[in-house]
Design a protein around this ligand. Structure first.
Ligand code: HMG
Ligand code: MG
Length: 309
């Protein structure tokens, strides 16, 4: 069953919403990085394979970060060596520093993402750095990656609030995001790391950017606002949305970060709005239900539960 089959309303009004949205699936990275028990490599590989079969074309596969900081993703090289990459699917990998870039190059990665913080506290906790210092770390990474022909995305975390610093000035988010674009990032993804944003607040932060053509949104769903926030962003012109199959996710270095917007919840809404996305919702929900079984708990996604319960 889908929102389309139920004949729910289509577009709100012509021109207000995009024809097509790119879903940037972060489940294998953001989803799994927060799992305390190490997930078998075979399960990670099957997860990636099933996501590609379900029609997702951007799969954030893993991170080339310090294995001391994120033990769950210490198998990045082995995962990439064994991954059967599909034609037409991109497999971006998070890279914080030159050591990470060297690892990515050795593994044949063609798509990377650097990840910045809008706040000093999270820059310290997540990167052991400062807001300025993170750019000194990223500059050689982005330069060398572009020279090697890679595609580079930049993340900004804590765009709508920080658990230690409280409110975050949209101007600070704008400054960090524009610096990433100036470094050469093709796209910047704005992260609501702890899921506190609401739609008008989304608009206030997006207003910091002269064009939303190269801006993506990345909402965690702590307070149940991720879908409303996504709709607000789509109506303002965003066309790339990050989400995580089954609503897995969270950052081990951000207090109160819970799962990302579930890809199934996003797909259900996009179907109802008549926006193209290319994903087979049934296959995706079955994949998330299977992974929830592997992880030993129910998916937090309402759509997954409704379709597979
Ligand atoms: P540090 O401790 O300052 O680094 O961490 P260091 O240079 O002193 O190195 C410490 C050790 O790690 C050394 O090993 C290095 O070789 C090694 P030792 O000599 O002790 O044996 N090391 C590495 N090993 C493998 N790959 C590397 C690497 N770098 C150093 N790339 C560092 C600095 C940046 C490395 C660390 O802070 C780190 O790895 N942080 C990553 C944290 C992380 O992955 N967080 C989650 C992703 S961000 C997120 O989830 C938010 C997002 O979803 C958006 C949103 O929701 O807002 C993207
Ligand atoms: Mg995240």
């Amino acid at each position: 069953m889908s929102a389309l089959e139920l004949g729910l309303p289509m577009k709100v009004a012509d021109g207000e919403l995009p024809e097509r949205v790119t879903i940037w699936e972060v489940g294998p990275r953001d989803g799994l990085q927060n799992e305390k028990n190490i997930v078998d490599l075979a399960v990670k590989l099957e997860f990636l394979d099933r996501l590609a079969t379900a029609g997702l074309t951007v799969l954030e596969a893993t991170s080339m970060v310090s294995p001391k900081w994120v033990p769950q993703l210490a198998d990045a090289e082995e995962l990439l060596a064994r991954l059967e990459q599909r034609a037409g699917v991109r497999y971006p990998v998070l890279v914080p520093n030159e050591r990470g870039l060297a690892r990515a190059l050795e593994s044949g990665v063609t798509d990377i993402a650097v990840f910045a913080s809008a706040t000093e506290t999270f820059a310290a906790r997540n990167l052991n750095n400062t807001v300025d210092g993170q750019f000194a770390m990223f500059e050689p990474v982005v330069r060398q990656a572009l020279q090697a022909g890679m595609r580079v995305r930049g993340y900004v975390s804590m765009c709508w609030g920080d658990p230690w610093e409280g409110a975050v000035d949209p101007a600070a988010v704008g400054a960090v995001g524009r610096r990433l674009l100036d470094l050469g990032c093709a796209q910047v993804s704005l992260g609501d790391t702890i899921g506190v944003a609401t739609p008008a607040h989304v608009a206030a932060v997006l207003a910091e950017f002269p064009s939303l053509e190269n801006i993506a949104v990345h909402f965690h769903d702590t307070y149940g606002q991720a879908l409303s926030n996504t709709l607000a962003a789509l109506r303002l012109g965003v066309t790339c949305v990050d989400s995580s199959a089954g609503g897995l996710g969270g950052c081990p270095y951000a207090k109160s970060a819970t799962g990302n917007l579930a890809t199934e919840d996003l797909v259900w809404m996009l179907d109802g709005l008549g926006i193209e996305h290319g994903v087979d919702l049934g296959a995706l929900a079955q994949t998330s239900a299977w992974l929830a079984g592997e992880l030993g708990r129910q998916s937090p996604s309402r759509v997954v539960r409704a379709l597979t319960g």
